[in-house]
Design a protein around this ligand. Sequence first.
Ligand code: FAD
Length: 408
Amino acid sequence: MTVAKQYDVVIVGGGAAGIATASSILRRASHLSVAIVEPADTHYYQPGWTMVGAGVFSSHSTSRTMASVMPKAANWIKAAVNILDPSNNALELSNGTNITYGRLVVCPGLKLNWSGVEGLEAALGHNGVTSNYSYKTAPYTWELVQNLKSGKALFTQPPMPIKCAGAPQKALYLSADHWFRQGVIRDIDINFFTSTPGLFGVAHYVPALMKYIEKYDAALHLQHTLTKIDSAAKIATFRNQEGELVESEYDMLHVCPPQCAPDFIRQSPLANSDGWVDVDQETLQSKHFENVWSLGDVISAPNAKTAAAARAQAPVVATNLLAHAGSSNRVNHYNGYGSCPLTVERGKIVLAEFGYGGKLLPSFPKWLIDGQYPSVLAWLLKAQALPWLYWNAMLKGREWLVKPEHNS
Ligand code: FAD
């Protein structure tokens, strides 16, 4: 009989949340055995894909080998988790082995459900259908934008929750800005089809965004959900609020796919009824197993699913896990912080930063960056500072601007 290998801490997923949390734990407690279960060879800086779709970043600048971002002191187990068995503190892996843990951190991200729209998988990547939600097709967005001189462009957003809820409209703004600068925008009919009842979830930012919708003369179709793509005929079908099917022709179609919890999470005892990991939204501890925490896109909490959120969550999970292990009695809490830099034109961003309940949580004084107005400085932040911060601070456990808050 083989004995399952035991670790003090096991982290499921080596994405933005997993690597940041492992680094935060190991910076404080290097004596612990920490394993990261992660099947992929490549780690992606997904927030950069909006910029790839606009020809600002190259796609290769958004990826690094997984080996290069793994903390040196962590044990990388190159496999996927197939089954979570928290009652026995055990995981079943895709390589046929089982491992056990003292404490578990669950952060495998979410599942992009490409098959949730009929015809999307087959259509994606050719004949005018693209998405910045994939490393492979983000460059194709820029190719299509450059080549389109007239015709009809559609941008779609599925039902919430999705990661970076601003990304579908960011693709619209940056594409429209290019057409505006090229002097062809009058010949392009731009449309935004979103399942949501409004342009953006936090009202504070909507007036600034609406100015750009007007500038680009884009038609807004609220509560329209993409259901089908006929790529041969170049027709997209949407279901509207009344349940009617509405068809639209297109020359370019940018799709944000429907999103849901990964299957192995949905099927585990950690999930809530919608499939997400059921956590206390402040402590990020599982509501069902006291030695389990979760963060990143997979959690049930109603925050904006962003890398910025994971950056704020990682120190909270690290410190709360170590407190549980006996290092202190202090419990820290996460305030729901997330950030969405809305790239309204090349060189300007409306910087949305907010927490639970839409509470505004700006990182900068108003005179420097005011989220109600497009800002050049916020663009420099997104184009230069944030990628650097991601690779060199967040993934290394340097908790700049995100010191965990204490629950008194
Ligand atoms: P991920 O980074 O997706 O990592 C999950 C990891 O888990 C992956 O490495 C995966 O291989 C692994 N995994 C999956 N299944 C298993 C399994 N069974 N076992 C083990 N490991 C598994 N955020 C911002 O802050 N600002 C932005 O401007 C922004 N823009 C975005 C634009 C786009 C187009 C996209 C797609 C995302 C954007 N985001 C943005 C969102 C941000 O990238 C995510 O919120 C962030 O990556 C979430 O981190 P995560 O670790 O939860 O998931």
